[in-house]
Design a protein around this ligand. Structure first.
Ligand SMILES: Nc1ncnc2c1ncn2[C@@H]1O[C@H](COP(=O)(O)OP(=O)(O)O)[C@@H](O)[C@H]1O
Ligand SMILES: [Mg+2]
Length: 242
């Protein structure tokens, strides 16, 4: 394999979920003070080992709740693993679940600045990219409206346009390819293909078997937070679909 772009060693993630439903924030605070909060530990990922080579397009599939988004968040550093080690070489552009990183009260334009800053750009840098982003997302007439007035397809287009304007070294795509109309899907698939040709490493979560086959070299099947299989797309897909 090439040099690694992403490497996970024995990565586990535990979520703590309060045991009982707590009716209000006040009640929550009272219980916290009295140390009467009980948690159920939920391990969303167990001891994941993974190495993705530079320039690889790596797919992740699995049922809902298998831990796919959790895995991507750990790579994007949105979430710290409870144990284990995550290393990423190069600039990461995360396209996480719909709306992650957006403020729905702000306008599309303001959200472009917000996200650009999160990705490490200066204001001037974002300003110089603004037109291109708006153009690609096809949101010219709506760019000053608050995000809460957007459809989910529009939010997805904006997220994709921002994250992929930065020419990332590692691109993370979580189930957004199926959102948006056919025209946008085609445009985004083309952009991803161009990245792939330029050697961008891509981690892709999708339920679209055709997209996995068309784009990925290898695939991982996650099952209840554990690696069920890793290997060539056709092999893993066949087992998953069986
Ligand atoms: N913030 C959270 N707090 C508690 N449990 C969570 C949280 N996020 C995800 N989970 C749980 O972790 C498991 C894995 O979730 P996720 O990574 O979103 O799965 P997938 O993307 O494969 O559908 C699910 O059972 C989900 O309910
Ligand atoms: Mg998910």
């Amino acid at each position: 394999m090439n040099e690694p772009a992403v490497k996970l060693e024995r990565v586990s993630v535990r979520y703590r979920v309060p045991h009982e439903r707590i009716p209000s924030l006040k009640e929550y605070a009272i219980r916290w003070v009295r140390r009467r909060l009980r948690y159920a530990d939920f391990w969303a990922l167990h001891d994941i080992d993974l190495e993705v080579g530079r320039g690889e397009v790596f797919g992740i599939l699995g049922a809902n709740g298998a831990g796919k988004s959790t895995l991507l968040k750990v790579v994007a550093r949105v979430l710290r693993p409870t144990s284990g080690r995550v290393r990423v070489w190069g600039r990461v552009a995360p396209l996480l679940e719909l709306g992650a990183g957006f403020d729905f009260e702000l306008s599309g334009r303001e959200n472009i600045f917000l996200n650009g800053t999160i990705l490490g750009f200066t204001k001037a840098d974002v300003a110089s990219r603004l037109d291109r982003i708006v153009e690609f997302a096809d949101l010219r007439e709506f760019i000053d409206a608050p995000l809460r007035t957007y459809s989910s397809g529009m939010v997805a287009r904006l997220g994709f346009a921002i994250a992929t304007d930065v020419e990332p070294e590692v691109l993370i795509v979580d189930e957004i390819l199926a959102v948006g109309d056919a025209g946008f899907q085609k445009k985004s698939a083309e952009r991803i293909r161009a990245f792939r040709e330029n050697g961008t490493t891509i981690l892709l979560v999708t339920h679209d078997a055709a997209a996995l086959k068309a784009m990925c070299s290898r695939v991982m099947w996650l099952k209840r937070g554990e690696v069920e299989a890793v290997g060539p797309v056709d092999e893993v897909l066949a087992r998953y679909q069986a």
